[in-house]
Design a protein around this ligand. Structure first.
Ligand code: ATP
Ligand code: MG
Length: 395
């Protein structure tokens, strides 16, 4: 049979568990998939019988489409499939055709059929479908043998009311929840390894993203900021375009350096970052802040330092990496494609006035006392007034 389209069955993992919200989540997921596939001509995305079907013109690159779909949060797995009439004869023919291809492309020698019927009125029961289709394949593909324990190819047969589907692979997606189903967060994005991963993890749970980045120009270079924009646009391939607020922290850092104890510099700067981020978050409808902080990683992320940083703001701060090991964060960065950009050696505003011996166990009273020497409100307002807003587009 001549086929004129690729068919992909897309499954939504957790989305399926959401009871009454299920149709809403599924609709959001379909919208997201449509959006990401918009760059291809001749693609349709539809919900049907509890599954999502993507159909694409046969001239399109199958792998490129799979790659795009697998980036959509909420997608648990994808199976390239073929479709046939729901009769034993058609299913048998389609199964033979499918296995012929598997033999040609991958030298498959053994197989096992896994059959299920979503349509309980179908006259043949699942185990019998399996046996009969297995027999049809053996007859049609003489080189194949059945191996029920360790087959080269598991052939799934999914019998549904209108049509039936045959497929083999389940390609894993990232899971999570469709974007836009869980509010909006303001992420503090640096040029490091951690914050892009933290941002990605929150977006994976359905959170829309807006970002804020601090620099200390001219101590930090234009190129350092471009690196952050590059990172942001990699993150945007998953979470769609977003705005990034760019703020020069240098005037604040200079005030801190000339008025406060040197060892407190980092923690004081961090509290300013949080307060500015919170203010911008409120102005832009974000309900939470997101950081890449990680317990114990550096002096400013000890348990005591995190308490002092946290108490600068009242908005909830999400720290999705808090208990991860650095190696696992690095693996994640590799997986999502931010690692290579993150390790490019550019200066960050935090390293500009790095104290020789930063406090690792700051006490809030001492920090508040140091801050009382500064015009915090004035400095924050001035920083926000001078912000630049950049639109970040998917890479
Ligand atoms: P990262 O790898 O994300 O830079 P890090 O381990 O270097 O993290 P810090 O530099 O202490 O740790 O920063 C902790 C968190 O504070 C970052 O994950 C990020 O969320 C935020 N942050 C740090 N520097 C900046 C910056 N220049 N602009 C915006 N946010 C920042
Ligand atoms: Mg950093």
């Amino acid at each position: 049979m001549e086929r004129n389209e690729h068919i992909f069955i897309v499954r939504c993992g957790e989305v399926a568990l959401k009871g009454m919200n299920k149709p809403y989540f599924e609709r959001m997921l379909v919208e997201r998939i449509k959006k990401l596939l918009r760059k291809f001509d001749g693609v349709s995305v539809k919900r049907h019988e509890g599954l999502i079907f993507v159909r694409a013109d046969i001239s399109l690159d199958k792998q490129a489409i799979i790659k795009e779909i697998s980036k959509v949060f909420g997608v648990a797995s994808i199976s390239p499939a073929i479709e046939c009439e729901s009769t034993m004869e058609s299913i048998g023919e389609a199964a033979v055709e499918y296995m012929m291809e598997a033999i040609e492309e991958r030298g498959v020698k053994t197989f096992k059929v896994e059959a299920k019927r979503a349509d309980k009125t179908f006259p043949v029961k699942s185990p019998d479908i399996g046996r009969q289709i297995g027999a049809a394949v053996l007859k049609g593909c003489k080189v194949l043998k059945v191996d029920v324990h360790n087959p080269d190819c598991l052939l799934f047969v999914d019998v549904r009311r209108e049509k039936s589907y045959i497929y083999q692979d389940k390609i894993h997606g990232f899971g999570g929840l469709p974007l836009g189903t869980n509010g909006k967060g303001m992420t503090l994005l640096s040029g490091g390894i951690d914050s892009p991963v933290a941002t990605w993890m929150m977006a994976k749970r359905g959170m829309m993203i807006e970002a804020i980045h601090f620099h200390s120009y001219p101590y930090t270079s234009q190129r350092a900021q471009e690196k952050v924009e590059d990172l942001a646009s990699i993150v945007a391939t998953y979470c769609g375009r977003f705005k990034m607020h760019v703020i020069n922290l240098l005037p604040i850092q200079e005030q801190i350096v000339s008025n406060c104890p040197e060892e407190e510099t980092t923690i004081l700067v961090r509290r300013f970052m949080m307060r500015i981020a919170e203010r911008v978050a409120r102005d832009t409808g974000c309900g939470m802040l997101i950081t890449g902080e990680n317990l114990g990683q550096v002096a400013s992320q000890t348990a005591e330092a995190l308490v002092v940083t946290d108490s600068a703001v009242s908005m909830p701060v999400m720290r999705p990496l808090i208990a991860m090991d650095k190696v696992d964060i690095m693996d994640k960065a590799q997986e999502i494609g931010t690692y290579e950009t993150s390790i490019q050696p550019y200066e960050d505003c935090c390293t500009v006035f790095l104290p020789k011996h930063p406090v690792t166990k700051p006490r809030l009273e001492r920090i508040l006392e140091s801050e009382s020497k500064l015009d915090c409100e004035g400095l924050i307002n001035a920083a926000i007034e001078s912000q630049e807003i950049i639109n970040i587009f998917p890479q």
